[in-house]
Design a protein around this ligand. Structure first.
Ligand SMILES: *[C@@H]1O[C@H](CO)[C@@H](O)[C@H](O)[C@H]1NC(C)=O
Length: 353
């Protein structure tokens, strides 16, 4: 018993650790090569979404948002500081702590007003003008239930549009100007002309690019992992986003229902009546004791607390429900029938019979 408790404590500790060590790039939904401007835009987008003044909902939801807000503030702070970013890339969060750069971040609220102050966010002033944004690219990634249980890193190669300089010039920064022209005595016509500048020409070329997708334990079926500005580029605008949608493959033994897992186990009538020992191999290979010393009825369901799916971004786990199917003997000889009869006649039956 004591050992089991220690084990579950260790497990808890591990889970807390891995929850704490969420990757800064993942938090900001950017690639590892994102430049300062992209980091800033990603931060801006997320901070607007999770700012405590903006989030509506229950206390729990507000608290979760406040935590996320602090995380994105911290990730932003590290990744926009060249020295800290280098240390983080090489040694991770522990490295930052050792080099004394990880700990005392600004309050995210300071950061927020520092970045948003000039735009007057939240003070009733208009937001910045919209820049055009490229298309969002959605990639469907088939995943095994094991991957959603344990987590996994997957490297995908994809075809990505990249803007490159090209020969010649192109019209850009075009604006409509109203011009007035005299078309007769006392008659004027107003019309719009487009006035453009000449910019260096660009072309969009396709290139292969590797992206690393972090499937985190407990991510939901059809969960979308967002990669900020990794979608299609657009000339004179910001690139669209890339979305990786996780499509679950059916599993031969387990069925997922949110954080719960269901499975069927077949036992014999003998086992059903006299008890049995059985191990169920779980998605990560660990064994769950699903035996019983009592009678198991066909279709009976047993509940195994905490043996379900991990819950994404939390320490808790869902539960497992095992449904027992019972197989009967093909035939019984006359003698066996007599024996069974004599045994079962003396058994205690339920009242409903
Ligand atoms: C368990 O068996 C039932 C009935 O045969 C079936 O509908 C269900 O899909 C099975 N569940 C799993 C997880 O295999």
């Amino acid at each position: 018993m004591g050992q089991r408790r220690q084990l579950s404590l260790a497990l808890l500790f591990l889970l807390v650790l891995s929850a704490a060590a969420r990757d800064y790039y993942d938090i900001l939904q950017i690639s590892r090569h994102a430049d300062a401007a992209a980091i800033k835009r990603a931060y801006r987008k997320l901070a607007l979404k999770y700012h405590p003044d903006k989030v509506q909902g229950s206390e729990d939801e507000k608290q979760a948002a406040a935590k996320t807000f602090a995380e994105i503030g911290h990730a932003y702070e590290v990744l926009t500081d060249e020295k800290k970013r280098r240390i983080y890339d090489q040694y991770g969060e522990d490295g930052l702590k050792q080099f004394g750069g990880g700990g005392d971040a600004h309050q995210p609220d300071d950061l927020f007003s520092h970045i948003f102050g000039q735009f007057g966010f939240g003070r009733g002033q208009p937001e910045e003008p919209q820049t055009p944004k490229g298309d969002t690219v959605v990639i469907e990634l088939e995943v095994e239930l094991e991957d959603l249980y344990k987590g996994k890193r997957v490297t995908l190669v994809r075809d990505k549009g990249i803007i490159q300089p090209a020969a010649g010039t192109r019209k850009c920064n075009c604006q409509n100007r109203m011009t007035t022209r005299q078309i007769g005595p006392g008659m004027y016509q107003q019309f719009a002309t487009q006035v453009c500048e000449d910019c260096p020409n660009v072309k969009i070329v396709r290139e292969k690019e590797e992206i690393e997708v972090h499937i985190e334990p407990g991510m939901a079926s059809y969960h979308e992992i967002n990669f900020f500005e990794q979608g299609e580029p657009i000339v004179d605008g910001e690139p669209g986003d890339l979305v990786i949608r996780l499509i679950p493959r059916p599993h031969p033994t387990f069925e997922r229902r949110q954080s719960g897992l269901l499975t069927n186990v077949t036992i014999t009538l003998l086992e059903a009546l006299t008890g049995f020992e059985r191990e169920l191999e779980h998605l990560d290979g660990h064994k769950v004791q699903i035996g019983s010393s009592a009678i198991t009825r066909p279709g009976q369901v047993r509940w195994f607390k905490g043996e379900g799916m991990p819950i994404h971004d939390a320490v808790d786990r869902g539960d497992l429900w095992v449904t027992y199917q019972v197989v009967f003997p093909q035939t019984l000889s006359q003698k066996q029938q007599e024996q069974v009869k004599s045994v079962l006649q003396e058994a205690a039956w339920h009242d409903e019979l």
